[in-house]
Design a protein around this ligand. Structure first.
Ligand code: ADP
Ligand code: MG
Length: 227
């Protein structure tokens, strides 16, 4: 049996220029299997541009990019199709005869089994984002790309979603690139922080402070804290 590569993404010298303006000036990035990496940087620093490149959604970028396995993306806005019911939106993420069954399982995992017949317009912002996570999960991605997935949510909903993310990661073991401008969120969820500045990865910070421990907050199981 072939051994599985240790990294899900290896990018070297990624460049992206928009109308003469260099947004990414040579980004090097590696994400190991199962690792959660947070990508920080000021607004306009190119975080979303980099995420789209890694997702294969930008044909104009140059550099070397190797991805291994399947990838799924969660954006800040849920991007559910309003004319499809929740379960059908989730089933879109996957093909095959067992698509509906897998969609049901994914909805259970995000705590929304009872809303599978609802329309997206009937959901709250947090619920919609849970569906977006289910739609990503159903593909059993090796890499999950997240572009400020909790950015539009109120503080309490965001906390619950962060806990959900921790639980899903513990259960599935996907690698993730989490774009966020929330440093606390990055510290809470990520193994490693990257800071994008002037088109390059300007800083890399290992989050593990040597005393990892799980805290069990009632109703928030799965939240990881390392402080
Ligand atoms: P971030 O996600 O870090 O806020 P973005 O990646 O969205 O930053 O944008 C980085 C820079 O690239 C910004 O100056 C933005 O205006 C520019 N940019 C992004 N997408 C496009 C595009 N399709 N056309 C022109 N400029 C773009
Ligand atoms: Mg952005």
């Amino acid at each position: 049996m072939a051994s599985r590569p240790a990294s899900v993404v290896a990018a070297t010298g990624i460049r992206r220029v928009f109308a003469g303006t260099t947004v990414l000036a040579g980004v090097d990035l590696r994400i190991r299997r199962g690792e959660v990496v947070a990508l920080l940087g000021e607004s306009g620093s190119g975080k979303s541009t980099l995420l789209r490149i890694l997702a294969g959604l930008d044909q104009e970028a140059t550099g070397e990019l190797t991805t291994t396995g399947s990838t799924a993306v969660v954006f800040q806005e849920h991007r559910l199709l309003p004319w499809k019911r929740v379960a059908d939106n989730v089933a879109l993420g996957v093909r095959g005869r067992d698509a509906r069954e897998r969609a049901r399982t994914a909805l259970e995992e995000v705590g929304l089994a009872d809303r599978s017949g609802a329309w997206p317009s009937e959901l709250s912002g947090g619920q919609s984002q849970r569906v977006a996570f289910a739609r990503a999960l159903v593909r059993e991605p090796d890499l999950l790309l997240l572009d400020e997935p909790f950015g539009a949510l109120d503080a309490l909903t965001r906390l619950k979603m962060q806990a959900l993310f921790g639980r899903l990661h513990a259960g599935h073991g996907f690698a993730a690139l989490l774009v966020t401008h929330d440093v606390e969120e990055a510290l809470l969820l990520a193994d490693r922080l990257l800071v994008l500045d002037r088109g390059r990865i300007a800083e890399e910070i290992e989050v593990d402070l040597g005393r990892p421990r799980a805290v069990d907050v009632p109703g928030f199981s799965g939240l990881r804290r390392r402080l």
